[in-house]
Design a binder for this molecule. Structure first.
Ligand code: NAP
Length: 540
C-alpha cells in the first residue's frame, strides 16, 4: 500500500495542493513523509453531499449486507496488519505489542457490530396490536423501530490510532446502524489514517455499496472539522479528545439552525477509593497495580486513574511509599504529540504551585524537546484544598496522579459526593469494607458510567455489557457509551408506523417476523410471528 498524503472522498482521492503537514516520530521528533494536504470547506461539502446521497440506499440495506461490509473491513485490516502497525509505531511511538493488540481489538469491534447488525434485534422493534373493540375509542395498530440518523462525522482520537480512529468504535457503530461516515483524521497519525481509509474505501467498492458511505478528510487544524459539524447534511458527531475541543463541537452543533447530537468522550479522572480493610491486607500490591495503571500507555488513556482516595493511617503511608518508589525508579514515557507533551508539562508545573498540594515524587522530563519523553509524577492534596479547588479533580493527560487522604467515613462520602462526572470509579475493598461503605456505591452510581471493584479501570473490554460513558463533563451525554455494542444506540432514532398495511412495513415489523428477531409484542418479548399468538401469551 502506498501513502499518498491525500484525503479520500468516496471513491476518489482528493488531489488538492495548498497547505500541508507531516506526521512526527515522537521518539525522535523527526518529521515523517509524505506531505499530507489539508482538506478544507470545499471537500467537507462534497463529502457531506456524497454521504447524504449514499444514505438513501445504505440505510435500507439488510443487516446481512452491513455485516458482510464490516467483516470485509476487518479482514482487510488484518491482512494489512504488519504494515499498519509499522506505520502506527512510527507515528505514535506506542509499543508494537500494544499496536498489535489494538489492531485485534479494532477487528474484533468491527465483527461485534457485524454480529449485532446481522442478528437484527438491536432495532428494538415494538408492536402494539390494534383492538377495534376497545372502548371508548378503538386502539390503533402501532409499530416502532430504530432507524439510522444520516451522515455521521467521526473525529479520530490521538491516543488510539486504530481502535478509536478511522475504523474505530464510532465508525463501526455508526455504519452498523446504517449511517454513512465521514472521518476527520487526527493529525498525529495521518499515514495510519490514510492506510485504514484506503481499506475502507476498497471495502465499500467490493461490497457494491454507494460511494458516499465513507470519506476521510485530513487536516492539521480545525477548519475541516468545523465545516463538517456545521454542514446541514450532517446529522450527528462522534468525538474523543480534550474537554475544550469536545465542548467547542457541542456548542457549534447546538448553535446550528438544526442542532444535532454530539457524542463527545472528553475527560475523566477516574477516582479510585482504597478502603481501610483492603489497604490493611494488600497495600503494596494495590500501589503496584495503581502505578502500572497510571503509566500504561504513558498515562494517555481516558480511563487512567488520576485521583486516589486513601485513609489517614499507616497502611496508607506504606501504599504511598511504594507508589513514590515506583515513580522514582521509572524511566521516560513517550507522549503522542508535542502538544500533548506540553499540556502535560504545563499541568504538572501548575499543580506544584496549587495551594494545599505537594509533590510526593517525580521524574524529570527529557531535556531534549525534539523527543517527547516525560517523567511520571505523584502529588498529594489535602482534603479541604481538593474540595475547594475543582482544578484538582481535572484530568492531567499523562503519567501523573493525585493522592487525597481522609480521616473519617463521613469525609469519604463527602469527597465522593463532591465529584463531577467521570467514566469510571474504582473501589478497592474487602467484604467488610463494602458493608461499611455501602452508601459509597450508591453515590458513585450517580457519578460514573462504570464501577470497578478490586481492579483498575484501564483496559476497556469491547463487549455487549460494557459502558464507556459517564455524566458530563466526562462525556457530552451520559445516556450513551462509546465502547461496546450499545454504542450503536447513539446513531439512530425511533420511528413509529400507525395503521400501516403489512406489505409496506419494514421486515422488522411485519407480522411474519421474517428476520426472526426479538420484538416486544403487546408488552412481551418474543421472536414468534404474529400469525400465531406469541408463545408468552399462549395459555399454559
Ligand atoms: P484534541 O485537542 O481534543 O483534538 C482532537 C481532534 O479535534 C483533533 O482532530 C483536532 O483537530 C480537533 N479539534 C480540536 N479543537 C477543535 C475545534 N475547536 N473545532 C474543531 N475541531 C477541533 O485532542 P488531542 O490533540 O488528542 O490532545 C489534546 C488533549 O486532549 C490532551 O492533552 C488530553 O488532555 C486530551 N485528550 C483526552 C483524551 C481522552 O480520552 N480523555 C484522548 C485524547 C486527548 P486538530 O488537531 O487538527 O486541530
Amino acid at each position: 500500500m502506498k501513502i499518498s498524503g491525500h484525503s479520500i472522498l468516496g471513491f476518489r482521492s482528493v488531489t488538492n495542493a495548498g497547505p500541508s503537514f507531516r506526521g512526527t516520530n515522537p521518539r525522535t521528533g523527526e518529521p515523517l513523509g509524505p506531505d499530507f494536504f489539508c482538506a478544507g470547506a470545499e471537500e467537507a461539502n462534497l463529502a457531506a453531499s456524497l454521504a447524504h446521497e449514499a444514505f438513501a440506499t445504505y440505510s435500507r440495506i439488510s443487516g446481512r449486507e452491513k455485516g458482510k461490509f464490516l467483516r470485509t473491513i476487518a479482514a482487510k485490516i488484518e491482512g494489512a496488519g504488519d504494515e499498519l502497525v509499522e506505520r502506527a509505531e512510527q507515528e505514535t511511538a506506542l509499543p508494537k505489542l500494544r499496536l498489535q493488540g489494538e489492531t485485534a481489538r479494532t477487528c474484533g469491534q468491527l465483527r461485534l457490530f457485524a454480529q449485532v447488525a446481522e442478528e437484527g434485534s438491536w432495532v428494538m422493534a415494538r408492536i402494539d396490536r390494534a383492538d377495534a373493540s376497545r372502548k371508548p375509542s378503538p386502539k390503533p395498530d402501532l409499530r416502532s423501530m430504530l432507524h439510522a440518523l444520516g451522515p455521521v462525522v467521526v473525529f479520530g482520537a490521538s491516543n488510539f490510532p486504530l481502535a478509536f480512529s478511522v475504523a474505530g468504535g464510532d465508525t463501526a457503530s455508526a455504519l452498523a446502524a446504517g449511517n454513512p461516515v465521514i472521518v476527520k483524521g487526527h493529525p498525529a497519525h495521518p499515514g495510519t489514517s490514510e492506510l485504514v481509509g484506503q481499506l475502507l474505501q476498497e471495502s465499500v467498492q467490493e461490497c457494491g455499496l454507494p460511494e458516499g458511505v465513507f470519506s476521510l478528510l485530513l487536516d492539521s487544524g480545525t477548519e475541516v472539522g468545523v465545516a463538517l459539524v456545521k454542514h446541514p447534511l450532517v446529522k450527528a458527531v462522534g468525538f474523543t479528545g480534550s474537554h475544550n475541543a469536545g465542548r467547542a463541537l457541542m456548542d457549534l452543533a447546538a448553535a446550528r439552525p438544526e442542532p444535532i447530537p454530539v457524542f463527545a468522550e472528553m475527560s475523566s479522572t477516574n477516582p479510585v477509593f482504597v478502603l481501610p480493610g483492603a489497604l490493611r491486607e494488600n497495600s503494596e500490591n494495590i500501589a503496584t497495580g495503581m502505578y502500572k495503571s497510571l503509566t500504561l500507555g504513558a498515562g494517555q488513556f481516558c480511563t487512567k486513574p488520576g485521583i486516589v482516595f486513601l485513609p489517614e493511617n499507616d497502611d496508607a503511608a506504606t501504599f504511598i511509599d511504594k507508589l513514590k518508589n515506583l515513580v522514582l525508579e521509572s524511566g521516560q514515557f513517550n507522549m503522542l504529540t508535542a502538544g500533548i507533551r506540553s499540556a502535560y508539562q504545563s499541568a504538572t508545573t501548575r499543580r506544584k504551585t496549587e495551594q494545599g498540594v505537594k509533590l510526593l515524587a517525580a521524574r524529570p522530563s527529557s531535556a531534549n524537546d525534539q523527543e517527547l519523553g516525560v517523567g511520571a509524577a505523584v502529588f498529594e492534596a489535602d482534603k479541604e484544598s481538593f474540595l475547594r479547588n475543582p482544578d484538582l479533580a481535572a484530568e492531567v493527560f499523562g503519567p501523573a496522579t493525585l493522592v487525597v487522604r481522609h480521616s473519617t467515613r463521613a469525609e469519604v462520602l463527602e469527597l465522593a459526593r463532591n465529584l463531577g462526572g467521570h467514566l469510571t470509579a474504582t473501589i478497592y475493598g474487602t467484604e467488610a469494607d463494602l458493608r461499611e461503605f455501602g452508601d459509597l456505591v450508591a453515590i458513585l452510581e450517580n457519578k460514573v458510567g462504570r464501577l470497578v471493584f478490586n481492579g483498575f479501570p484501564t483496559g476497556v473490554e469491547v463487549s455487549h455489557a460494557m459502558v464507556h460513558g459517564g455524566p458530563y463533563p466526562s462525556t457530552s451525554d451520559g445516556r450513551s457509551t462509546s465502547v461496546g455494542s450499545q454504542a450503536i444506540f447513539r446513531f439512530c432514532r425511533p420511528v413509529c408506523y400507525q395503521g400501516f398495511p403489512e406489505v409496506t412495513l419494514p421486515d422488522e415489523l411485519r407480522d411474519s417476523n421474517p428476520l426472526g428477531i426479538w420484538r416486544m409484542v403487546d408488552g412481551e418479548m418474543t421472536r414468534e410471528p404474529l400469525t400465531t399468538r406469541p408463545r408468552s401469551l399462549r395459555p399454559a
